[in-house]
Design a protein. Sequence first.
Length: 130
Amino acid sequence: MLKPLSLLSGLILAGGITALALTNPTLEEYGAYAGESLAAYATQEYCAQIPAFLNSLVGECQALVQELQPELEALFIRQTCRQNFFLFSLYTTDLSLLYFGPLEGSLPTYHFATLAGAGQFYTYEIRETP
C-alpha cells in the first residue's frame, strides 16, 4: 500500500515542479509587467495632478503615457538583470533616466527587485538610489 502512495506523491511533486518551470516568466514578460506598472503609476500620480479645468490636458497626458509604454518596457528590459532559478526568477532593475541638459542634474535612479514565478510578479523592493 505504501508503494502506490509514494508513486502518486512523486507524480504530484513532479507535476508541480514541471508546472512551475513552464510558467516561469521570461524577461519580455517582466518588461511588459514593469512597463504596464510604471504607466499606471505615471497616470495615477502625474496625470491626476493636472487641475480638473484642464480636462483635455488630462486626456493628452494619459494618451502620452500609453504611447510611451512600449518604450518604458524596452527601457526596463535593457536595464534589468535576470537570475533564472528554473522554477522562479529574480529580476533586479536599476532604472536610470537621462540627464535633463539645461537643468544640469539628473533624474534619480530607482532600484526595483521582483520575484517571478507561476506566471506572477511580486515587486518586493522599490527604492531611490543616489
